[in-house]
Design a protein around this ligand. Sequence first.
Ligand SMILES: Nc1ncnc2c1ncn2[C@@H]1O[C@H](COP(=O)(O)OP(=O)(O)OP(=O)(O)O)[C@@H](O)[C@H]1O
Length: 372
Amino acid sequence: MGAAKIWNAMEVAAEDGCGPGIRSSPLAVDTSLSLPDMSPRVIELCKDLFTEWSRLDDSRFAVETVSGGITNLLLKVSVNEESGNVESITVRLYGPNTEYVIDREREFHAIKYLSAAGFGAKLIAIFGNGMVQSFINARTLTPEDMRKPKLVAEIAKQLHKFHQVEIPGSKEPQLWNDIFKFFEKASNLKFDDNEKQRKYETISFKEIHDELLELKELTGLLNAPLVFAHNDLLCGNFMLNDEEGKLYFIDFEYGSYNYRGYDIGNHFNEYAGYECDYSLYPSKDEQYYFFRHYLMPDKPQQVPDKDLEALYIETNTYMLASHLFWALWGLIQAKMSPIDFDYMEYFFLRYNEFKRQKQSSLSLAKSYLTGS
Ligand SMILES: Nc1ncnc2c1ncn2[C@@H]1O[C@H](COP(=O)(O)OP(=O)(O)OP(=O)(O)O)[C@@H](O)[C@H]1O
C-alpha cells in the first residue's frame, strides 16, 4: 500500500477519541534504550498502530535517528512493504521531563488543526509517549538561509497564512500566563551541583519580576492583534524542499494564541543562530522587508507606512518578552533536562541580551505611544 493510500485509509478510519483518522496506541517506548534495543519496540508500536503492517517480518522495517533534537528523539521508520513499495514515517518520542515546559494537550489540540490546514508534517497517530507523523522530504534551514531575501519573503508569506489558522477553543493570549508560570517554577529551584547553585543564587528574581510587570503593562498598551502563534520560529523549525521550492513550518510544541509581534520578534531573535550572536538581529530595513511580505504578501510595496511602523514597534517590544521567556525556560531546563547543555549559561545569555536591548526598545515604544 502506497503512502497516499495509507493516509487516505486513515481519513475514513473511525473516530477513536483522538480525532478523525488519527490512530492511537497505549504503548510507550523507553527513550533511555540504545537505538538497537529500542528498534524492536518501535517496530512493535508501528505494527500495533498500522494493522496493514502487523504481519510483516521485522526485517522489513528500518529504524534510524533523524534528530536527537534538544527536546525529543525523532526516528525515521522505513517499511519495505510486500508490494515492493517503501513507506517512511517519523516517530517522535517526547524527551523525559519535557512536560515541565511543554503543554502536550495544547500541542496535540493545535497540531490537528494546523496539520489539516497544511502546516507541518501530517499527524498520523499518537501513543504513550509520542506521536507518529509523515516524513518530510526536505532539508532544515540554516541561520544564514533564514535571512536570504527570497526565503524571508516566503517565511513572511507563510506566517501570514499560519496566523490566519483558527484553532477552536480559548483565544486567550498565553504569553504572560506562560511566562509567569515559568517564573514560579524558575524562582523555586534547588541545584545539587554546588557551582550551579552558586550561580543560581546570583539571580535577582525580584528584579526579573519587576521587569515582567513593566513589560506586560507597556505591551498591553500596544493592542497587538491576537493570532495562533508558532512561538518558536528558529531555523531548525523550517524545512525546505529545494526542488519543489516548498517551505514547511514544523514543531508546534510551543504554539498558542499569542500576540502577533511576539511571534515575529521571537523569530527575529533567532537570527542570532545556534551561536547566539545577537549582533545578527535584523536591521530596520530587513525587518521592513519582512513586514511588507507578512502584511501584504501579494502587494508588498503597497503596505501603508503606518502599518509598518506599528508592526515595527510591536515586534521590537515583544522581542524583549521573548528573551525573558527563553531565559526562564533555560533555568527550568537547567534543573529538569537530562540533556548535557549549559542551560544555566543560556539563561544569562538571554537575560543579559534583554537588559542590553531594554532601554532602546522601551523608549521607542513609549515615544510611539505618546506620539512624540
Ligand atoms: N516530519 C519530519 N520529517 C523529516 N524530518 C523532520 C520531521 N520533523 C522534524 N524533522 C527534522 O528533525 C529536526 C528536529 O525536529 P524538531 O524541531 O521537531 O524536534 P525537537 O526535538 O523539538 O527539536 P528542538 O527541541 O531542537 O526544536 C528538524 O530540524 C528536522 O531536521
